[in-house]
Design a protein around this ligand. Structure first.
Ligand SMILES: Cc1cc2nc3c(=O)[nH]c(=O)nc-3n(C[C@H](O)[C@H](O)[C@H](O)COP(=O)(O)OP(=O)(O)OC[C@H]3O[C@@H](n4cnc5c(N)ncnc54)[C@H](O)[C@@H]3O)c2cc1C
Length: 192
């Protein structure tokens, strides 16, 4: 909100908590960052991890609780490209250890078995690794690096997108006073 009064304005590349007063005079915590990411699903979290590796700070805002996103059962299969990128980014240790590599599938048709050999046909395989396990890995990585993830924050408003001071404003209860000025907003896809 352009009329908010700001205390401190240095941005040193890391999200930093500053204090400000709203135009009504209420105290606010202001967390400055470069990229605001709405949604701690695999896309938002992985983006945050990759940005951190490129020296770009981000703040992730998630509607649900940490335990909810860490136990929400969804996908179970990772394609080779995802596994490669996660491994390259140093996020694949547990997935390499615990994931099950499938190099093909068998189809039974007309009384006969037909093997579709992914590896022979494409040089690639798939890895069975539950999405919520990957989400746990990504959250642990971000939190270990000090990357803020705010859980249980709903009704996020994005303000000032067209201007030079866009802001993410979480609205719900405990974080009602948190304001996140940022340079970019990354929205992630949502699956009901
Ligand atoms: C049953 C099922 C099986 C699947 N199986 C596979 C599979 O085997 N392989 C595969 O590749 N894909 C599979 N998928 C698809 C895969 O789960 C999705 O592609 C993946 O979840 C998309 O990740 P995402 O981070 O883009 O979105 P999501 O996982 O949906 O994450 C979005 C996050 O944003 C949060 N959010 C939403 N609105 C707000 C808001 N206003 N403010 C703050 N936070 C918000 C949500 O709580 C959520 O945590 C499956 C999906 C389902 C449902």
């Amino acid at each position: 909100m352009a009329s908010d009064q700001w205390f401190g304005n240095s941005f040193a590349g890391k999200p930093s908590a500053l204090y400000a007063r709203s135009k009504e005079g209420a105290p606010q915590v202001v967390q400055r960052t470069q990229v605001g990411i709405v949604g701690a699903g695999p896309a938002g979290l992985f983006l945050s991890c990759l940005l951190a590796r490129a020296g770009i700070e981000s703040v992730v805002i998630e509607d649900r609780s940490r335990s909810h996103v860490e136990t929400r059962v969804r996908a179970g299969v990772l394609e080779q490209g995802s596994v490669d990128l996660l491994t390259e980014a140093g996020l694949g240790q547990r997935l390499q250890r615990e994931g099950l590599c499938h190099e093909g599938i068998g189809i039974r048709f007309g009384g006969q078995d037909h093997r579709i050999d992914f590896r022979a046909l494409t040089g690639k395989a798939i890895t069975v690794y539950a999405q919520h396990e990957l989400v746990k890995d990504l959250i642990a990585d971000r939190l270990a690096a000090g990357g803020p993830i705010h859980f249980e924050v709903s009704d996020v408003a994005v303000e000032g997108l067209a201007g030079d001071r866009p802001v993410l404003r979480p609205i719900r209860l405990a974080l009602a006073n948190l304001l996140i000025p940022l340079a970019t907003v990354a929205g992630v896809s949502l699956v009901p």
